[in-house]
Design a binder for this molecule. Sequence first.
Ligand code: ZN
Length: 198
Amino acid sequence: MNPKIEKLIKLFAKLPRVGSRGGQRIVLSLLQDKTGRAEALATSLIDAAQNIAPCACCGVLTGRGDLCEFCRDENRANGQLCIVRDLSDVWTLEKSSVFHGRYHIIGGLLSGAGGVLPDDLNIKNLPARIENEKISEIIFALPNTVEGKTTQHYIMSAIGNVNTVAFSELASGVPLGGDLDYIDDGTLTLAFGGRKSL
Ligand SMILES: [Zn+2]
């Protein structure tokens, strides 16, 4: 096999849910395409990789150096802050239109086995956000797993004695070990509406 093709297949194969067979199919399809898709993809990837970065306030990916659409939108400054693990959770919640406040992406879950420590999480500016954005409720929408709960408890104790903030978590009904990714809109609406105070 031509080394350039082999290198491409290896790169695609490492992407989530692709694997080596999928990588082969993608590379073949791109290289045999006559409409310029390979060039368009390459240009678009370089553009995104160079110009997209996490929002300095909440971690949502946005234009480099910009505040994201949620942090800029004053209508979302309703005092509610939803803590999620990653951007795909934000997309899921947005799709269901169940939440109208702002988000905070922590970027992972505490895990002794996985070597994820508090310093690895995007939580340092949470106290500042609570004050600056007059946050009155923090809603945890983390996976219902040991790591999710450990992380939730850690964040609550790290924020500590800010007694102007109420904490809540999504109601049960979120499958154990399940991610927000796999919850349908109806379940999510129920889980949000019936959220439990902590
Ligand atoms: Zn933001």
